[in-house]
Ligand binder design. Structure first.
Ligand code: PLP
Length: 375
């Protein structure tokens, strides 16, 4: 079976872990600091703070912008649940705005109308590694004095108008989960240019200790949590970060190979001008997706469905439902093909061949094309 993801880990990562274990210092320490410095540089931000998951990163990023109980945050209903669970845990409320059907990211034209007097922030998710339309997001945010938070959990190394994801808003959240473009097994990071935001995250992730103090003190200046990670994770991350450019380049080449092989069979994923995605996923649309996924499986290819429901269809989010027809349509139609950097050319060709074969046997398998925007 050709899998939808496979972490790319080798001898360098193994050596890095062995070194940490032999050093005797496994809690967060010098490797964490080294990773944070290197990751901030890669994102073009002043600060990067390592935490123990992308979910923790989203939560602490939102908290750092001052989002409080009762506040509203404009966001997409077409994402992983971890984009919005942190909001609920903080007592804040998501206000869902529909997506652009070509990019699957927030439709900037709908944002303005969704702002209320309770709106505090916009949480833009760079789904599948494609940065959201951040110029428009920022314009709306500036007009209404809102914070801009990026959920960049799928977008390591992606760029928007030449700028890396992570530096496109006031604060950003990354995940280093096993399937991500850069992995530590589990992990996350917050990036920002704002010194106060960075100080808040530094303190909050460490049970509210003063930002400048380490573990051995029992001074607590605010409430907080244990969102720390370890030097074992950071050591893996340092190697992965050095390899990220090459890994992403391989994803890009894989995506191109798939698009070439499927030209005329199914429309390739849309990439707006001035955007370089991280190709976290290579996503198509089909009718009767369950059948497509099963038939691909029968031909030895595992597909992914990210995500099969819009977020307000989950019971704990039902009260925030607002009609988002494009997100609902996407949730019915999207299917992702393997594009990860460990695939061989033969495997990629087998994936494309399987798609051709499945679609040849189901001539009405493609949905109506997504229309181009009105000029
Ligand atoms: C868009 C998005 N947001 C948030 C998260 C949460 O990250 P984690 O799984 O590291 O908690 C993920 C990753 O799974 C994600 O893809």
């Amino acid at each position: 079976m050709i899998g939808i993801s496979r972490p790319s880990l080798g001898a360098e990562e193994q050596d890095a872990v062995r070194e940490v274990l032999e050093s005797g210092h496994i809690a967060s320490g010098p490797r964490t600091v080294a990773f944070e410095d290197a990751f901030a540089e890669a994102c073009g931000t002043e600060h990067a703070l390592l935490v123990n998951s992308g979910t923790a990163a989203v939560e602490v990023a939102l908290r750092a912008t001052g989002v409080s109980p009762g506040d509203e945050v404009l966001t997409t209903p077409f994402s992983f649940i971890a984009s919005v669970n942190p909001l609920l845990l903080m007592g804040a409320r998501p206000r869902f705005v529909d997506v652009d059907p070509r990019t699957y990211t927030l439709d900037p034209d709908l944002l303005e109308a969704a702002v209320t007097e309770k709106t505090k922030a916009i949480l833009a998710v760079h789904l599948y590694g494609l940065p959201a339309g951040m110029d428009a997001v920022r314009e709306v945010a500036e007009r209404h004095d809102l914070a801009v938070v990026e959920d960049a959990c799928q977008a390591h190394g992606a760029t928007y108008r030449g700028k890396p994801a992570g530096g496109l808003g006031d604060v950003a959240a990354f995940s280093f989960y096993a399937t991500k473009n850069l992995t530590m097994g589990e992990g996350g990071a917050v990036t920002t240019d704002d010194d106060e935001v960075a100080a808040f995250v530094r303190s909050y992730r460490n049970h509210g200790r003063p930002p400048s103090t380490g573990l051995g003190t029992y001074e607590h200046v605010q409430c907080g949590n244990n969102f720390r990670t370890s030097d074992i994770h950071a050591a893996i991350g340092l190697v992965q970060l050095r390899r990220l450019g090459a890994l992403n380049e391989q994803r890009r080449r894989n995506a191109e190979r798939l698009s070439r092989a499927l030209a005329g069979v199914v429309p390739a994923p849309f990439v707006p001008p001035d955007v370089e995605p991280s190709w976290h996923q290579y996503t198509l649309r089909v009718h009767d997706r369950d059948r497509f996924v099963q038939e691909m499986r029968d031909r030895g290819v595992q597909c992914g469905v990210y995500y099969p429901r819009v977020l307000y269809e989950y019971p704990h989010l039902a009260e925030y439902a607002s009609p988002c027809p494009e997100a609902e349509r996407a949730a019915r139609e999207v299917v992702s093909l393997p594009v990860h950097p460990s695939l061989t050319e033969a495997e990629l060709d087998a994936v494309a061949e399987a798609v051709r074969d499945v679609l040849a046997h189901a001539p009405d398998a493609l949905p109506d094309p997504v229309p181009d925007p009105v000029p």
